[in-house]
Every structure is written in C-alpha cells, then in structure tokens.
Design a protein around this ligand. Structure first.
Ligand code: FAD
Length: 467
C-alpha cells in the first residue's frame, strides 16, 4: 500500500521530515498537492508564485522517478478519494501553524484515524516549533530579544538529505493539469514581468543561498538597510513556499559564523524573526486580524480611501514610498527597510488602518507569509507585541537621505523626470493595469500631504487615545 505525502507550502525534497519518513517505510510514495480552500484565499501574486513553484516541484519529482498528483477540492474529501483509488494506508505531511491550517489539519487527522488510516504530521516549517520555546514562567514570548537569546545557541537538528529516488506506485491516480488551475488568472499586473524577478524551485533556492553566503553575507551587516545595495538573501520567497528549509538556511549561517564571516550573526537573528512571527501567530491566532494590544481598538484609523489607493499605486508624491510600492508591484518583493517606511506612511501620515496595508501586501507579495506580514504590520502600526512606539514616525524624506543617499533606489523605480529611465522604472508602467489610467507621461504627483502635517495629525490622535 502506498504512502501519501501531502505537500502544501513545503515544495522541496531535501530536509523534508514527512517525505523522509514516507521513504523510510520502503513503500511506494504518492506525492499530492491539493488546491483546497486555503489556496483559494491566497493573493494574486502568491497564487501565481505557487503555480510556478508547483511546476518546478513537479519537474523535480519526475527527475526522482516520481510525480506530483494535483487535485482540487476539500482536503479530506480529496485524500479519502485518493486512498480509495490507490489503496494507500497512510498520509504524512509537514505541520503548519496558522489558525486555519491547524483547524483543517486537526480535522483531517481525526477523520483519517477514524477511517483506520495512519495520519502523521512532521516538523520542518520553522526552526523551533512554537510550543518548544518558553519563557522562564513557561509561557510564550512576546518580545523578540529574549526569544532570540533563548534559541540562538539551540541545535535545530541536522539537515536531511533528499531521497535519491522515490518508489512509484504500480498505478498512478489521475492528476489535474496544472494549466487548468489558471494560477496566474488573478494577476492584473504583468505576470511575465514579475516572472523576470522570481527565483523558483529548490535547486535555484539552494544556489541563491550559496551565492548569498559567498558574495553578500560579508557585506550584510552594513548593507542590509540600503534598498539599492541588493545584499540581502532574497530567500523569503523560497522560504515562503518551502523550497528551502529554514534549517538549511540556518546551518549555512552557522557555518559562516564559525568561519568568522562578520554578517553571519546578524543574518541568523533576522532568520529567527521568521520563527518569532510563527511563534506569535501560533499563540495569538488573531495576529492577522485584530490589534494585538486591546488599547488600540478605539483608535480612529481611517478605512480604505482614495488616499490609500494612491499609496497602493505608488503615487503619493513621496519618492521613497512610491519607489517601494512600485518595486513591490513589479517584482512581487519589497526591501525590508522600504516595507517599514511604506507601512509607517500609511498607518501614520495617512492614519489608515494597518489591515488595509496588510491586505495589499497579501495581494502583491510573492513571499507572502501570513505570520511575518501580520507581525510586520502590527509592529509598524504600534498595535503589536514588541512594537515600535506609535510616536516613532518614520520620515520618508530623511529615511531616503540616510538609506538611499545617492537616489539610486528611487531612480530605479521612478521613471518620471528621467530622460532615460532604467528598465525597472519602465517595467512599472508596463505592469500597471489599464484601469489605473497611468502612463510614463503622467506627471509625477505633488506630495499628498505635507510630512509635518501628517506627523502632527497622527501624534494628535495618538495623544487623544491615551486620555
Ligand atoms: P534577509 O535580510 O536576507 O533575511 C533572511 C531571512 O530572514 C528572510 O528571508 C526572512 O525569512 C527572515 N526575515 C528577515 N527579516 C524579517 C522580518 N522583519 N520578519 C520576519 N522574517 C524576517 N517577510 C515575509 O517573508 N513575508 C511577508 O509577507 C512579509 N511581510 C512584511 C510586512 C511588513 C510591513 C514588514 C515590515 C516586513 C515584512 N516581512 C515579510 C519581513 C521582511 O521584510 C522580509 O522577510 C525580508 O524583506 C525578506 O528579504 P530577504 O529574504 O532578502 O531577507
């Protein structure tokens, strides 16, 4: 009887505990991906990115003598159908930590067990599972630096090698055709443009890590805050879809640390922020929906508005903000420093509810991760655990002077005013939907709001909230 391995956001062969356990049984392995209700909630860019990730993963499975069986429907129903068709006696998968995923997996596990099928979940999505990191009092952490101190010296375990070959079942169950899922259908921006910036699949992710460690890590500590320097790893995209394991990235960082590479410690501590986000989401399942601090519930956030639409389109008149918003629209990515600045501008200068920004990031990011996105937004808005205090308002103009001193990042993304704009800046005008009514000849807007006025308004609302 074959063993089903149910893949979700873990599209890799190496360091995959559930797959390794399936292979260790010596039985045929039936890899499956289910287009279920959780896939239906992904944003446009994430859905597209998942589609190309699945294509690469299916090719990797073929090279290992196997296949990826694609099915659409409710997870339990699909699994039961596959068990009936194939005679499989077990279903194995990698655990997730978001509330919807946990609820789904619990129900699936209970139902399969009741059917007499072995159902087993394995770790691998994070370095340290959320319940294994505890404060002195035995509770969860809500502040980063003690969390980091608690895990920095821990051993997350060794990296499991990829299986050389996967034993194939005698008969393959039918599979949907990936093309019929039309994963790029919701992309109202040029998918072929975004594709140009994506680094897809397990092999490419591994190469990206190796190149980063060799070339950029030594400059990471000094350079990571400068959006035009391109010294960060870019691995969030691959980590988000499980094309590389966090443990693989961790050990690369640790080896560099032991070799005395200067940026290594900083890199490891950034990687652990990802674990921290999952820790927070596991222990506070409403992280993506509700203010983490209750005191924020009455804050007079503005909802979606014409101002927020200008922000989404990269037309606020603040060049650093607009460069970043355009970068995200065109590439599916945005530099971390820029994420903080655009989030601060939206929640403070435009006093807009962080959930408006969170939703746009969810639609645009190819590295979209429910926990890191929610943590990032609540951190900047001031409503989250261990958040930046609300009165600390990033000034996008002084941030630009500091982190984009020669204007290279703004020039990369803002075509207006340049005689010969670079391809990146022109890509933006190729990517925008016709309905936005923009062309390179549309004049660059005046600032929507004077920075000092926006700042004063935000501080006033904040002061009123406290009384
Ligand atoms: P590197 O600097 O090379 O860091 C290595 C890895 O560490 C990253 O790949 C990532 O997995 C992790 N990491 C680094 N910084 C953070 C951080 N602040 N929080 C969590 N993990 C981190 N990251 C996502 O992966 N998905 C998101 O949807 C997302 N949304 C964000 C929203 C906001 C408002 C903010 C402020 C940050 C968000 N981040 C998100 C975190 C961060 O911006 C990205 O992880 C980072 O820019 C990825 O680039 P990199 O891989 O080159 O990072």
């Amino acid at each position: 009887a074959p063993v089903i391995v149910w893949f979700r956001r873990d599209l890799r062969l190496a360091d995959h505990a559930a797959l390794a356990a399936a292979v260790a049984t010596g039985r045929p392995v039936l890899p499956v991906f289910i287009h279920d209700e959780t896939v239906a909630t992904l944003g446009a860019a994430a859905t597209w990115r998942l589609g190309v990730g699945l294509e690469a993963f299916a090719a990797a499975l073929s090279a290992a003598g196997s296949r990826l069986v694609l099915r659409r429907g409710q997870a339990l129903e699909v699994l039961r159908a596959l068990i009936a068709e194939s005679g499989a006696g077990a279903v194995l998968w990698q655990r997730v930590y978001d509330p919807a995923g946990i609820a789904r997996d619990r129900a699936v596990k209970a139902a399969l067990k009741a059917d007499g099928i072995a159902a087993e979940s394995h770790p691998g999505a994070v370095l340290f599972e959320p319940w294994t990191v505890k404060t002195g009092q035995g509770g969860p952490y809500s502040v980063y630096s003690p969390f980091w101190k608690a895990v920095r010296g821990r051993d997350p375990g060794g990296v499991l090698p990829p299986p050389a070959r996967l034993a194939a079942p005698a008969d393959w169950p039918e599979s949907d055709r990936l093309g019929d899922w039309r994963m790029g259908a919701a992309m109202n921006r040029g998918a072929e443009i975004v594709a140009h910036y994506a680094v897809v699949g397990e092999g490419a992710a591994r190469e990206r890590l190796a190149r980063f460690v060799a070339e950029d890590l030594p400059r990471y500590r000094e350079g990571r805050d400068y959006p035009s320097r391109d010294v960060t790893s870019g691995l969030s995209e691959n980590l988000a879809w499980g094309e590389i394991s966090p443990r693989g990235v961790w050990w690369a960082g640790r080896q560099a640390l032991e070799a005395g590479v200067p940026g290594a410690e900083k890199f490891l501590s950034e990687l652990v922020w990802r674990d921290f986000a999952w820790h927070l989401m596991y222990h506070h399942p409403k992280l993506a929906e509700a203010n983490w601090r209750d005191g924020w519930d009455g804050f007079p956030w503005r909802g979606d508005s014409a101002d927020a639409a200008c922000w989404r389109r990269g037309r606020t008149g603040e060049p650093f903000v607009d460069a970043a918003m355009r970068e995200m629209f065109v590439t599916g990515r945005m530099h971390n420093r820029a994420r903080m600045i655009v989030a601060s501008y939206l929640t403070k200068h435009l006093m807009t509810d962080w959930r408006v920004g969170l939703a746009w990031f969810q639609d645009c990011l190819t590295d979209w991760d429910p926990a890191s996105n929610a943590m990032g937004w609540q951190w900047v808005a001031g409503s989250g655990p261990d958040a930046a205090p609300y009165f600390r308002i990033f000034n996008p103009a002084t941030q630009a002077e500091k982190f984009d001193p020669d204007g290279a990042y703004r020039a990369r993304w803002i075509a207006e005013g340049q005689a010969e704009p670079p391809d990146t800046a022109r890509d933006y005008f190729r990517a925008v939907p016709v309905s936005w009514g923009l062309s390179q000849d549309t004049p660059y807007p005046e600032p929507m709001i004077a920075l000092s006025t926006g700042r004063a308004r935000a501080l006033e609302a904040y002061a009123a909230r406290k009384t």
